[in-house]
Design a protein around this ligand. Structure first.
Ligand SMILES: Cc1cc2nc3c(=O)[nH]c(=O)nc-3n(C[C@H](O)[C@H](O)[C@H](O)COP(=O)(O)OP(=O)(O)OC[C@H]3O[C@@H](n4cnc5c(N)ncnc54)[C@H](O)[C@@H]3O)c2cc1C
Length: 627
């Protein structure tokens, strides 16, 4: 498995794949080392939620700038040469997420993923100094993709290296060579829009310098101001307008002095005295999208499955104004990587891989439509607005979109039709699983249910129990929850039956129960065995899958859960895949049947046979890209 590019999309994909000890993954990057500074910085709340699954949300929150409000500045109607504050809006008035909206440098995000990979069962690290040149895909063979790389640094600099892989992920940015090699082109606006971007330390009398601001001046210029981590640094996106296709150099050669001068003009009557420039760039981008995110041509759909995928900027580009660049790219990687892991480990059929392009292409299209609307509004001159508060109203009304929570995957082999949605109105099938507070029964700890889900590639089955408390079994008295627990643990029809023999019972499926009562009412000893599996080399009981409601915030009320009991199935990338009544075991089995390949034990990678998903392999993947 080869990933090209160590940007946010590639690093997340590789980090997720690092959780599959049976899969040899390599990630190559043409730079000689890690990204040190610059590029994107906006981290939406959905992304922080994702970081939680990768185990570094708390640490990154501690070092980031937190956006709590956005201020809007416009020309003073009495004197349009001066700007005045016209509105300030809370960042997340509807409390869409319990996580904050952050600003933190892309380089730090990539470092955290690198750390996660290094600590993973596969002990992976990126291979810097390799540039992707070209690839070809054979019709057959175990490693059908042949890739030519070039050493860009080190003793072999300038030499080519040919490697073979089962699959290739192109996460190589807006000028993607992987995209080119599969015959995809970015279509969309021909004209690029340009911003002068600068991360600076400065003195200013502009009062909102530590708030996120959208600033429009009477002359038509605009600035997006983003305070940065650390208390002093801030970023300004200074609008440089459309790039003239006949004279692209004119904008590209804009100097930092010109950007600072323009910023001062827009901020009038306030002034900006820049003392240090940490980073600057002219960031030029158009609204572009490829019509497919993999190498299967439209006429081949249904006849073959993909071998090469593109993610992130390689398949969609848009302005920086909605702060989406790295966020959407990471979600591409999250969507794809667990599917690759499942197929490469032999858990699932290759047809699963076709759902990546189908799901993510729609998301990118929606993002570009949203971004066009937002950019157009921001570029409007004040006198062009019919309603003076149109810009801030749009910002508040659509807040859920840039926060990353409007993604709703359509029914497919990984998302069921929402036939039983009424049983769990707060867990929309196809949308991300929205966390809520619960109490862990074993240690009486209040926790967020969603935060317990790690990026370990497992499906999650949440059993929201019927009203009965767990009882020591007596013949003929099993509650619906107990009957479901017995079925999921023991029935040959249960998806858990596909778990490799010898692996932990929760190696592929993490089954949790949430009782309706207060935790003191739950007799842990009477909880069915399905919810307290024995795991790991010592076969110890896992106590941490049994929850009760938090009396101050009852999850059954918060998420509209049917008190007769309901099963919620969640994908490894945290999207709700199915909602079912406790009795719908046949339906649950039918949902998973196409996703699970029955396998013989001798076909399994040895790592899948011991210790389950948390097992740490001591072997590194084989020599550079033999796989
Ligand atoms: C200079 C620059 C400035 C930017 N500024 C902003 C900004 O201010 N705000 C904002 O929101 N977004 C900005 N972006 C965009 C934002 O960084 C991207 O949206 C986001 O990083 C997309 O992630 P990605 O993983 O798809 O691609 P990228 O982050 O672009 O990562 C692609 C990686 O692939 C590597 N690569 C490329 N080609 C090859 C090859 N042939 N072989 C091997 N490796 C290769 C690159 O070196 C890079 O590390 C900027 C991008 C760039 C390049």
């Amino acid at each position: 498995m080869l990933v090209v590019g160590t940007g946010p999309a590639g690093m997340l994909a590789a980090a997720q794949l690092s959780q599959f000890p049976g899969v040899a993954t390599r990630i190559v990057e043409r730079r000689p080392g890690r990204l040190a500074i610059g590029q994107a910085d906006g981290i939406q709340t959905r992304t922080v939620e994702t970081f939680q699954a990768f185990g570094f949300a708390e640490r990154i929150i501690a070092e980031a700038y937190r956006i709590t409000e956005t201020a809007f500045w416009k020309p003073d109607p009495a004197d349009p040469s001066r700007i005045i504050r016209t509105a300030r809006t809370p960042d997340d008035p509807a409390e869409i997420s319990e996580f904050p909206h952050l600003v933190v440098n892309q380089a730090r995000v990539l470092d955290y993923f690198a750390e996660f990979m290094a600590d993973s069962p596969t002990r992976m690290s990126p291979d810097y100094g390799f540039e992707f040149r070209s690839l070809s895909v054979a019709d057959e063979g175990e490693y059908p993709v042949t890739v030519t790389l070039l050493h860009t640094s080190g003793p072999n600099e300038g030499q080519e290296r040919v490697v073979r892989a089962k699959y290739v992920v192109g996460a190589d940015g807006a000028r993607s060579k992987v995209r080119e090699s599969i015959g995809c082109t970015l279509a969309g606006d021909q004209a690029n829009h340009a911003w002068g971007v600068m991360d600076v330390l400065a003195n200013t009398d502009f009062p909102d310098i530590r708030l996120k601001c959208a600033i429009q001046s009477g002359s038509g210029g605009s600035i997006l101001l983003i305070p940065r981590e650390g208390g002093h640094l801030f970023r300004m996106y200074v609008d440089l307008g459309e790039v003239d296709p006949n004279n692209k150099g004119a904008v590209r050669n804009t100097t930092i002095e010109e950007i600072i001068h323009k910023a001062n003009e827009i901020l009038h009557p306030y002034t900006l005295d820049v003392r240090n420039i940490a980073w600057h760039s002219v960031y030029e981008v158009g609204h572009r999208l490829t019509d497919r995110f993999d190498d299967v041509l439209p006429e081949q759909r249904g006849t073959r499955t993909p071998r090469v995928f593109i993610t992130g900027d390689a398949c969609h580009t848009h302005s920086a104004k909605a702060g989406q660049g790295m966020n959407v790219s990471m979600q591409d990687g999250f969507n794809l990587a667990w599917k690759l892991g499942h197929v490469l480990e032999g858990r699932s059929p290759e047809s699963l891989l076709s759902t990546y392009s189908a799901e993510r292409q729609v998301v990118a299209k929606n993002l570009i439509d949203f971004d066009k609307e937002w950019s157009t509004l921001m570029a409007k001159r004040p006198e062009e607005f019919e309603d003076p508060s149109e810009l801030e109203d749009f910002y508040v009304r659509t807040a859920e979109f840039p926060a990353g929570f409007m993604t709703e995957y359509a029914p497919s082999m990984v998302v069921a039709a929402p036939e039983h949605q009424h049983l769990a109105t707060g867990f929309t099938v196809g949308k991300r699983f929205k966390s809520a507070p619960v109490v862990r029964v074993c240690d009486a700890n209040p926790v967020q249910l969603g935060h317990q889900a790690k990026a370990d590639g497992r499906w999650r089955i949440y059993v929201f129990a019927d009203p009965a408390t767990p009882q020591t079994p007596q013949a003929g008295t099993a509650s619906p929850t107990e009957q479901f627990a017995d079925w999921i643990a023991n029935s040959p029809e249960s998806p858990l039956a596909a778990t490799p023999e010898g692996a932990d019972p929760d190696a592929w499926f993490d089954v949790n129960v949430i009782y309706q009562q207060d935790h003191t009412a739950i007799d842990f000893g009477a909880v069915p065995a399905a919810f307290k599996p024995r795991v790991g080399p010592l076969q110890l009981t896992d106590y941490e899958k049994v929850y009760a409601t938090d009396p101050t915030a009852d999850i059954f009320d918060l998420r509209g859960l049917d008190r007769g009991g309901v099963v919620v199935v969640v994908r490894p990338d945290q999207y709700v895949a199915n909602v079912l009544p406790l009795t719908a075991t046949a339906e649950l089995a039918a949902f998973f049947a196409p996703l699970l390949q029955p396998r013989r034990p001798e076909e399994l990678p040895s790592s899948a046979l011991s210790g389950g998903p948390t097992a740490h392999s001591t072997t590194t993947p084989s020599a550079m890209m033999n796989n």
